[in-house]
Design a protein around this ligand. Structure first.
Ligand SMILES: Nc1ncnc2c1ncn2[C@@H]1O[C@H](COP(=O)(O)OP(=O)(O)OP(=O)(O)O)[C@@H](O)[C@H]1O
Length: 626
């Protein structure tokens, strides 16, 4: 963490430890300016995967008796979990809490906090769980239903008043506002919560409270003056007409804007260039310009003196070409020959082609995947790329440009410097050991959610990922996982069904329709889950790992399966086994019996929520190890 964040966190601890702001270090918390919160294990603090920024602060049951200095706390901008439960913190919750933008869990229950809950609490739009129970809060609630992802709200045993707002009760799994001073009708809780969640608010009425609500006052009698009525009718119809005209103008303007936007979005940049010896019609000044000497124009050295070639110099076979740019702000004006001649490093040669890291002028780096032998008509490929571009998900890595000819296809992505899930789990840098259970769960949940989204969007077209594996799950600049290369491969049918006893894929697969393409992704996702659970290596989705796991499970040595670092971390065996069961469902040898990815995403979320619930109830010393 930076010195500034460390200083602010020390100030936060000072304020919260005692009313006079002096750090008493109540139970030897090990926080100090001379150490680092992430690398020196400040008690109650856990960090992101790279140990560069603070993710959770859990200081529960420590007799902290000062004030909550949200301003200092929120200088740790990446903070997502804060638990200060069961202390004696007093004063209010300052408005600056809204600066902790990434907070997903805020647990303040069991303190002496008072005053109104700040109105801008509803600006914490990543919040999932909010617990302010057993304090002295008063006044009306802020507009919490605005937080669309809120899963639980606990505010029992305060002096809160006013109406209970209309939460999205179908989305809440925990809700309690009992023993407060709320008044007015109880909102429709969709049968999800009973009397115990609202009891102890004598001014509430309507079910499930025991008090009936008073009948609404009768509507005022219609006015007797008919001339008055006509006058009003005239005024109202005038308004209606004006409204209609306004509506037509607005719709017309919006339609015009939308058309202009669509036309702008998919701007195809056609570059008639000649690579490998074909003369460029644009390059009139050099009519004899045979292929530029690729080795000499394409080769360069990076600042470390490593030699780099270019995409064209490394391989041959490009003919007349056009590059379609999908993401204009990133690649505005880039031409194919520029891309091909830019210095490039060969990063990997997979089963389907090669991947280059390409260095553009101005410092941008791209990943260019060069696919060979994909037998798809060029028009169909182009159409597919455009269709894929229309569907966006935060955990999917979109292609930003493409090129297609009969012989080969080029896909251009932004280069992800943080590497892949494969690198993290099996890399040499020891990151795997620090890749804690919380991070693994979160990767599994995000990938499942993104796949579920894509499967629904492309159900009719039958376009599945087709080549999901840990090398295709990349980490973006904020270390969120992103799935690359969706829909690029003809589905690998050998993953449809595996015979458990030998290496031969079943030959029943050829007749399967597009529906089963998605089941291939399920198998592949199951293997990713097994990689996360076991920390073991998988090469090209080979079924050995699946067989090994199935064998051990049959022989009831389940505990031996799990990655030792998870065991050392003290992860709940129940949750590990639950996740293993999800993985085993995904790799069911019979494709029809594999669940849908949507069902899998739900199962993983349930495991994740159990984990989240346990975070706050675990003793803080354990949490700090996570
Ligand atoms: N956009 C990207 N940014 C950074 N690294 C990437 C990107 N795309 C892929 N990689 C990495 O480059 C390496 C090579 O990728 P490539 O797709 O060629 O390999 P593969 O997925 O193993 O093979 P294949 O897709 O042909 O089966 C992998 O380690 C992958 O994680």
């Amino acid at each position: 963490e930076t010195e500034e964040v460390k200083r602010s966190l020390m100030r936060f601890l000072g304020q919260i430890s005692s009313p006079d702001g002096r750090i008493k270090d109540p139970v030897n918390l090990n926080w100090s300016m001379s150490t680092d919160p992430c690398n020196n294990h400040w008690t109650g603090v856990s960090c992101n995967l790279k140990s560069t920024s603070v993710k959770k602060i859990v200081l529960e049951n420590l007799s902290l008796s000062g004030r909550f200095d949200a301003n200092s706390l929120c200088s740790a901008e990446t903070l997502s979990v804060l638990s200060l439960k069961f202390n004696s913190i007093s004063g209010g919750v300052p408005e600056e809490i809204v600066k902790c933008k990434q907070l997903t869990h805020l647990y303040l229950g069991g303190n002496k906090l008072s005053g109104n809950l700040p109105l801008n609490l509803s600006g914490l739009n990543n919040l999932k769980r909010l617990d302010v129970s057993f304090n002295n809060f008063s006044g009306a609630l802020p507009d919490l239903p605005r937080i669309s992802g809120l899963k639980s709200f606990l505010a029992e045993n305060n002096q809160l008043s006013g109406d209970i707002p209309e939460f999205d009760f179908t989305n809440l799994d925990n809700f309690n506002v009992s023993n407060n001073n709320f008044s007015g009708p109880v909102p429709d809780m969709r049968g999800r919560f009973g009397l115990s969640s609202i009891a102890g608010n004598p001014l509430l009425c309507g079910k499930p409270s025991p008090n009936a609500c008073p009948l609404p006052p009768p509507p005022p009698p219609p006015s007797k003056s008919s001339s008055g009525f006509h006058k009003n009718a005239l005024i109202y119809s005038g308004y209606a007409l004006l409204g209609l005209v306004l509506l037509i103008v607005v719709v017309f303007t919006l339609l015009k804007k939308k058309k202009a936007k669509e036309a702008k979005k998919v701007e195809t940049v056609k570059v008639e260039s000649v690579v490998n010896g074909n003369r460029s019609p644009n390059n009139k000044s050099s009519p004899d310009n045979k292929s530029p000497n690729r080795e000499s124009t394409g080769a360069s050295s990076d600042k470390n003196g490593n030699s780099r070639s270019s995409v064209t110099s490394a391989e041959t076979g490009m003919v007349s070409s056009s590059l379609t740019i999908l993401s204009i702000p990133i690649l505005k004006g880039l031409q194919l020959d520029e891309l091909l001649r830019a210095p490039a490093e060969l990063i990997g040669r997979g089963r389907h082609g090669s991947l280059y890291k390409v260095f553009l002028d101005g410092g941008k780096t791209l990943a260019v995947k060069r696919i060979k032998g994909w037998d798809i008509p060029v028009e169909e490929f182009e159409q597919r790329m455009r269709n894929l571009d229309r569907v966006r998900h935060p955990n999917m890595l979109p292609a930003i440009a493409f090129y297609g000819s009969k012989e080969e296809k080029l896909l251009v992505y932004e280069f992800q410097e943080n590497g892949s899930l494969f690198n993290i789990l099996h890399g040499t840098s020891n990151e795997g050991r620090r890749f804690d259970w919380g991070s693994r769960l979160s990767v599994a949940a995000s990938v499942a959610e993104a796949l579920a989204y894509m499967h629904v969007e492309f159900q009719e077209d039958g376009i599945a990922h087709g080549n999901l594996k840990s090398t295709n799950i990349l980490f973006n600049s904020t270390m969120d996982p992103c799935i690359g290369e969706y829909g690029l491969m003809v589905v690998n049918n050998s993953l449809l069904s595996h015979n458990n006893n030998d290496n031969e894929p079943s030959n029943e697969t050829s007749a399967h329709g597009p529906y089963l393409n998605f089941k291939v992704d399920l198998y592949a996702f199951g293997i990713v889950l097994l990689e996360l659970l076991t920390g073991k290596l998988v090469h090209n989705n080979e079924p050995e790992l699946a067989r090994w796991v199935q064998k051990i499970v049959r022989e009831e040595w389940t505990a031996k399966i799990f990655d030792n670092s998870l065991v050392v971390e003290g992860v709940s065996e129940d949750r590990l086994v639950s996740m293993l069961q999800v993985a085993l469902k995904c790799i069911n040898p019979c494709p029809e019996e594999r669940p849908s990815i949507y069902q899998v995403a739900l199962m993983i979320n349930t495991i994740r929520e159990e984990e989240e619930r346990s975070i706050a109830s675990e003793p803080s010393s354990n949490v700090s190890e996570q």
